[in-house]
Design a protein around this ligand. Structure first.
Ligand SMILES: Nc1ncnc2c1ncn2[C@@H]1O[C@H](COP(=O)(O)OP(=O)(O)OP(=O)(O)O)[C@@H](O)[C@H]1O
Ligand SMILES: C[C@@](O)(CCOP(=O)(O)O)CC(=O)O
Length: 545
């Protein structure tokens, strides 16, 4: 039986933590090569016919083979109100644990599909029931325990030795996540694969690239986005900024949030009752007005109230994003709560800080995009500049070198600018930088956004030759760090800046630093996959239940 598989990337918010919650400001989001995969296939026909003969309802089985006790069984039924999806725990092969994220995704996606496809069609499509397998790349979950059990040090080479979609040995609530946005990537891949599988959006919805951002994206992609945002907010119990879902759908971008008003009326509805997700037909409006609050067209891709912005973004060629999980951990919601409370109490200071940070964040993304352009315009000079700078510490980057051609100099200055914008500048020109501003936000709000241990670690890493910059992603805290390093061509592996960084991480005292293998995703956002192209996936889809 063939499967419909959709994958969605994880995210790293390089700049714009906290600001991105406010539609006036934006965030610079990089999507990661680490992805979530959801495979949907029709259940075995013979089994289904037997079930139908026995008068039993359509069933959907879902499993997450990386976890203990992570299979869930749902029954789907149709009535005058629409489609219902209810969890059942009457099967020996399924657990009684609940997965709100999965359940809501099934419920709301099928409700939408039912409306899009019209009476009867979804029943036919689901006649055989569905088997769904969900897996996430190893980077979404800490691999410390797996590495330790194999006596492997926490290095990229060790991570490469782990099997793909490694089992975690624990239940979902117990897993140590790495902050790449597992729930947003999971919801996006699940919602997207289901929409395609049942024919609610065309199979080619994810084929167009997203280089042009939201404006050039297909209707199917935009609908999957709105639905994934809705389900994710409902599952999390709040309307967040949505940058993680947007990255899972569109890939790397400069993200500006949607007005939460588009979802607010739907947030109270976490019951199983059917809801209207597509635009209301004119003939229904009269009835609705007579009976209560109108079920507005919240989810439709044509609804202009979805006013989020996705501006194209990518990291420059011949650079490499490096991520590390810092095993101390922070409670992101409590950091956010404290920062927002302070912003309310001291709004004049906070707004000035928010404006200053937004300017420097914007300058950073512009400088990174300028480098990508420089590569296109003069590839040879760019390749040369990267090679040259990769051997030098940033303090030396702007030293006068009479042997350099002006074109080379210009490219080096652009790299130096990226450094200055992200770091407490060690270069001569003093200006605001993102890390200093984030520390200021932390000090003023009494929240450890870049705590002293992280400052030391980042400073230590950034001092290495060929390291452009770095910071604490997202909300910061003790969770993780990101670094951007030069990745020159034809360089012996041991001399690569990434190798120097890895050595620094391995030897770091004071914090337990464990690398992630993810880099920037070259494919933009959600896409359909062939199981054969994803190592390890086919075996998991075919494994007996
Ligand atoms: N492999 C998986 N299979 C099924 N559900 C999953 C899987 N991974 C995550 N989830 C769902 O996502 C929930 C975790 O969501 P939560 O919002 O707490 O994490 P997150 O903020 O996305 O974490 P992080 O950014 O660190 O990855 C789990 O409780 C579970 O419902
Ligand atoms: C603080 C905040 O702006 C970013 C949180 O990002 P992360 O989950 O720490 O990557 C909150 C949000 O945008 O949802």
């Amino acid at each position: 039986m063939s499967s419909t598989i959709a994958s969605s990337p994880g995210k790293v918010l390089l700049a714009g933590g906290y600001l991105v919650l406010d539609p006036v400001y934006s965030g610079v989001v990089v999507s990661t090569s680490a992805r979530f995969y959801t495979a949907v296939k029709d259940l075995d026909e013979a089994e289904t016919i037997a079930r139908a003969r026995a008068g039993r309802p359509v069933q959907i089985r879902v499993r997450s083979p990386q976890f203990v006790d992570a299979t869930w069984l749902y029954f789907v039924s149709f009535d005058v109100d629409g489609v219902r999806v209810e969890q059942v725990a009457d099967n020996a092969s399924t657990s009684s644990s609940k997965n709100k994220f999965v359940h809501l995704a099934l419920q709301r996606t099928l409700a939408l599909a039912h409306q899009v496809l019209g009476e009867g069609t979804l029943q036919n499509k689901l006649a055989y029931g569905l088997d769904i397998t969900i897996v996430g790349d190893n980077d979404f979950y800490s691999q410390r325990a797996q590495l330790a059990s194999k006596n492997l040090p926490p290095t990229l080479a060790s991570l490469a030795q782990l099997p793909p979609f490694s089992t975690t040995g624990v239940r979902l609530p117990e897993v140590h996540k790495t902050g790449l946005g597992s729930s947003a990537a999971l919801i996006t891949s699940l919602v997207s694969s289901l929409l395609v599988h049942v024919g609610a959006i065309p199979r080619d919805s994810f084929e167009n690239d997203t280089e042009g951002g939201k404006e050039t994206a297909s209707a199917g992609r935009r609908l999957a986005h709105n639905l994934a945002q809705y389900v994710h907010c409902l599952a999390q119990g709040k309307v967040g900024s949505g940058f993680d879902v947007s990255a899972a759908v569109f890939g790397s971008q400069i993200y500006t949030r949607f007005d939460p008003a588009v979802l607010q009326p739907l947030m109270a509805d976490d019951s199983v009752s059917p809801i209207r997700l597509t635009p209301v037909e004119p003939k229904l409006i009269q009835h609705v007005q007579a009976t209560g609050p109108p079920p507005l067209p919240h989810i439709s891709h044509e609804n202009p109230a979805w006013d989020y912005r996705v501006e194209p973004f990518r990291l420059p060629p011949l650079t490499r994003l490096m991520l590390a999980d810092v095993d101390a951990g922070s409670d992101t919601p409590s950091l956010v709560g404290k920062v927002l409370k302070w912003r309310k109490e001291d709004s004049v200071t906070a707004n000035a800080l928010w404006d200053a940070l937004n300017n420097v964040n914007r300058a950073l993304s512009a400088a990174l995009l300028k480098l990508a352009k420089m590569y296109e315009q003069n590839t040879a000079a760019y390749v040369k500049a990267v090679k040259y700078l990769s051997t030098l510490q940033t303090v030396q980057w702007l030293a006068i070198n009479p042997n350099l051609a002006p074109a080379d100099q210009e490219i080096m200055e652009a790299f130096a600018e990226v450094h200055q914008l992200s770091e407490a500048s060690v270069l001569a020109i003093s200006r605001v930088d993102i890390r200093a501003k984030m520390r200021e936000m932390g000090n003023l709000s009494g929240v450890p956004i870049e705590p002293p241990e992280q400052t030391k670690l980042l400073d230590g890493c950034v001092a290495g030759a060929g390291v452009i910059g770095g910071g604490v992603p997202g909300a910061g805290g003790y969770d993780a760090i990101w670094l951007l390093v030069l990745d020159p061509l034809n360089c012996p592996p041991a001399e690569l800046p990434s190798s120097r960084v890895e050595r620094a991480w391995t030897n770091w005292k004071g914090l337990d630093v464990s690398p992630l293998s993810a880099s920037e995703s070259v494919a933009k956002g959600v896409r359909l996959e062939e199981a054969a192209q994803v190592p390890g996936l086919q075996a998991l889809i075919d494994a007996p239940w």
